[in-house]
Structure formats: structure tokens, C-alpha cells
Write a protein that binds this ligand. Sequence first.
Ligand code: ITT
Length: 198
Amino acid sequence: MKFVIATHNPGKVVEFKRLLEPMGIEAVMADISEPEETGTSFEENAYIKAAAACRETGLPAVADDSGLCVDYLNGGPGIYSARFAQPGKRRLTVLEKLQGVPKEQRGAHFVSAVCCVFPNGDRIDAVGKCFGTIAFESRGENGFGYDSIFEQDGVTFGELPSAEKDARSHRGHAFAAFEEKLRGYLATHPADQKNTGD
Ligand code: ITT
């Protein structure tokens, strides 16, 4: 099975491949456009990205819309996580907004809404979340995005080896739920298993 990875975020590409390939999926990249994320939820935006990539490539396409929801910021930046500050300034902006806020008020969670769209219009949706706190400073070089400021049990995601992040992360949980739904879908649509994109 060949699926196109509908993301332009290099950090996500690495994780998509890591999570999809053990499912027996050949996760390929393609020269796809970047549709405007006009949805009002993670789920809507994931569908917009997957549907566009499927339309453009003729292959099943998997997208994820994800973000960091900070309790102290009333759930923000949420679906605006990639857009609420200049590239390179996003982690710092979150840390600045939480300056002086004590640990017990620094609760946060990540959300990943995964959407897979098939050429026949069928879709599979799955959501994953993980809960933690915003660290007082950035720590760790692993992962991407907000990983180095998101802490669980005293360790940031930026300090975790990739397998450990996948076991705990919103995306790991979303892809686990996706895998289960995909198995059910393929059991009732065996023709789709033969899809090699040729
Ligand atoms: P695509 O839409 O092309 O997939 P994007 O980066 O614009 O790429 P989103 O719109 O879903 O993706 O925005 C997600 C934001 O949340 C982005 O700033 C990410 O860096 C951040 N984010 C998502 N998952 C994350 C993770 O596992 N660790 C750290 N930050 C994450």
C-alpha cells in the first residue's frame, strides 16, 4: 500500500514515516500544494490537507493537523500553533506568555487529528492527545516544534528518544487509533490493499 504523506513540516515527515511504515504502508512524499487551513477545528484542517493531496496525486493521502493547547492561554495557540508567532519565535513566545506562572497553572496538551482520504472519497479519522505542562525553559534537541518546552514527568519531549516520544505523544496515540480503523476498513475493502499507486 502506497500512501502519500500530506505535510510540509519536515518534523512531521519523519514521524509519519516512523509510524506508518510498521503498518506495512509505503509512505511517500509528493510535490503537493499547501492548501489554506480554513477549518475551525483540527479535524477539519486535517481533512482539507488530506483531500487536497489525494486529489492531486490520486493516492490515498494522510495528513495531520496538530497543535499545542495551553490551559493558561485558554487553549491557545491550538489550531493556530503554526501561525501565532514568527517561525523560530514560537517556543519563546509561549515561554514569555507564561513568565512567572507557577507549575500548577502550566498545564497543556498536544492534539493530533489524523485524516486519511482515499481516491474513492472514503476517509478515516483518528485523534490523539497527550497531557503535560509547559517547562520553565526549553530543554532537549530531539523532535521538533514545541517538543523542547512540553514536559511530562520532569522530561521534555525534546529530551526523549524517538520511540519514547511515539509511545507517549498525541501523534503516536492518533496513529495507533488510525491503524485499528485502517485494519477494519481494509478488511471490508480488500481491493484497496493492492493499491501501489501504479
Ligand atoms: P502541515 O500543515 O504541512 O502538516 P504545519 O507545521 O503547518 O505542517 P500544523 O498546521 O498541523 O502543521 O501545525 C502544527 C503546529 O504544532 C506546528 O507549529 C508544529 O510545530 C506544532 N506541533 C505539532 N505536533 C508537534 C509535536 O509532535 N511536537 C512539537 N510541536 C508540534
